[in-house]
Design a protein. Structure first.
Length: 116
């Protein structure tokens, strides 16, 4: 199982970024996929998840209405569109297979920094 995130960077408050996570080594379309984020000294927190079949989505309250998770099963890729970014969104963002992180499969992460 391999998960490779990309798309992070430095953006001003109010800006947007689109993260991508390309998966390999398993049947991507059979699994929930999720995005988590972590800042130093804090636990990793769930940002958004998307179901494997109907594409049902779920978001943390802190990002509801600003972030959108989506997936392209043909490309084995899950996306996180982040709009109206705030400094408190600054974190390392990770994708994982499943909803809880219990799979143990994580990418290397992509850094998002929101700063003026």
């Amino acid at each position: 199982v391999q998960l490779v995130e990309s798309g992070g960077g430095l953006v001003q408050p109010g800006g947007s970024l689109r993260l991508s996570c390309t998966a390999s080594g398993f049947t991507f379309s059979s699994y929930y996929m999720s995005w988590y984020r972590q800042v130093p000294g804090k636990e990793r927190e769930l940002v958004a998840s998307i179901s494997n079949f109907r594409g049902t989505t779920d978001y943390a309250d802190s990002v509801q209405g600003r972030f959108t998770i989506s997936r392209d099963n043909a490309k084995n890729t899950v996306y996180l569109q982040m709009n109206s970014l705030k400094p408190e969104d600054t974190a390392m963002y990770y994708c994982t297979r499943g909803r809880t992180g219990a799979s143990g499969y994580w990418g290397q992460g992509t850094q998002v920094t929101v700063s003026s």
